[in-house]
Design a protein around this ligand. Structure first.
Ligand code: IPM
Ligand code: MG
Length: 356
């Protein structure tokens, strides 16, 4: 099969992991007789430096012409001082919105080999950690009004958090459908004791749940959910939630699995042209040092093969290669533990390639 892949190399340490993911994709292409055509796309700090804005229209158009887009991570101290709408992160948000990617899928699954690296007690980890956070990605506070102004002689700021029924319904469906493919448990996380938007989420979900009688549906307040994720993560199968809550909970969920450097994500909308990226940031503190863990980016490439290109055998092969490398005791520093072999980014890429 021939596929066009947009590649956003990203900022700081990001190009180091994207490089490894592309090596893996190339090996898969060679082995299975596919052709992957890569187009370099600028977004984030790199786009600001070279083109003066975080997501120039030409670059969004390029993304829309691809079969899918692979991204590392963007942002860094160099661009910290810029105004809100000129920051690298704004490019990412504009890209998600411009591609219509309303559904962000973030798996929190523990690799048994990394159980020791989890900050949770062994007896909690032993009960199993295997759930998915389905995060609404193009609504809520991220896409509300952002204003700052002066009132009564002091600085004030305001962010709004809008949601409409159709935005909630379409992500709700993804939540229920995801649960149907797994253990049929869906937990909608909100703050309906305080927020009007959450009360609308409850209303829409109460309607939707009638269509999925097989799914065991519940709701949970976000503060309680943050606690339950570290107290009893085994209770979760699929969590569905709004944009900001999903951002926060998915970092927490990844950490308990041992390393945020292991967690990939997919973002999809109405079509199969999606955006695939690790959930971690651009790691400016370790940029250029060959330290960053490339596995989340490599697994994101695997997710692209599975969900956008329908290449499940190829995706399985990449995931199995990662599994074997972990079995061999090979670790980057973020997931290092006693008795394991410490390697750098490039060497981790080599080790994974050797298994494919
Ligand atoms: C994420 C990141 C982004 C987000 C940032 C970089 C804007 O934290 O993908 O989780 O908040 O969505
Ligand atoms: Mg985040």
């Amino acid at each position: 099969m021939k596929k066009k892949i947009g590649v956003i190399w990203g900022d700081c340490a990001s190009p180091e992991i994207v490089k490894q993911a592309i090596r893996v994709l190339d090996r898969i292409a060679q082995k299975y007789g596919h052709t992957f055509e890569y187009t370099k796309i600028l977004m984030g700090g790199e786009a600001i430096d070279q083109m003066g804005e975080p997501l120039p229209k030409s670059q969004l158009d390029l993304c829309l012409q691809q079969d899918s887009v692979l991204l590392g991570a963007i942002g860094g101290p160099k661009w910290e001082g810029l105004a809100g709408n000129m920051r690298p992160e704004k490019g990412l948000l504009a890209l998600r919105a411009g591609m219509g990617l309303y559904s962000n899928n973030r798996p929190a699954k523990i690799w048994p080999q990394l159980a020791d690296a989890s900050p949770l007690k062994k007896e909690i980890v032993d009960q199993g950690i295997d759930f998915i956070i389905v995060r609404e990605l193009i609504g809520g506070a991220y896409f509300g009004k952002h204003e700052h102004f002066e009132e009564n002689g002091e600085l004030c700021a305001l962010d709004t958090m809008p949601y409409s029924e159709h935005e909630i319904e379409r992500i709700g469906r993804i939540g229920f459908e995801t649960a149907m493919k797994r253990n049929k448990k869906l937990c909608m996380v909100d703050k309906h004791n305080v927020l009007e938007t959450s009360r609308l989420w409850v209303k829409v979900f109460d309607r939707l749940k009638e269509e999925y009688p097989e799914v065991e549906y519940s709701t949970m307040f976000v503060d309680n959910c943050a606690m339950q994720i570290c107290k009893n993560p085994a209770q979760f199968d699929v969590i569905v939630t709004e944009n900001l809550f999903g951002d926060i909970l998915s970092d927490e969920a990844s950490e308990i699995t041992g390393s945020i450097g292991m967690i990939p994500s997919s973002s999809l909308g109405k079509t199969t042209n999606g955006l695939y990226e690790p959930i971690h940031g651009s790691a400016p503190d370790i940029a250029g040092k060959n330290i960053i863990n490339p596995i989340a980016c490599i697994l994101s490439a695997a997710m692209m093969l599975r969900f956008s290109f329908n290449m499940s055998e190829e995706a399985d092969e990449i995931e199995e290669a990662v599994n074997q490398v972990l079995n061999d005791g090979i670790r980057t520093s973020d997931m290092m533990s006693e008795g394991m072999k410490l390697v750098g980014t490039q060497e981790m890429g080599d080790a994974i390639l050797a298994k494919i």
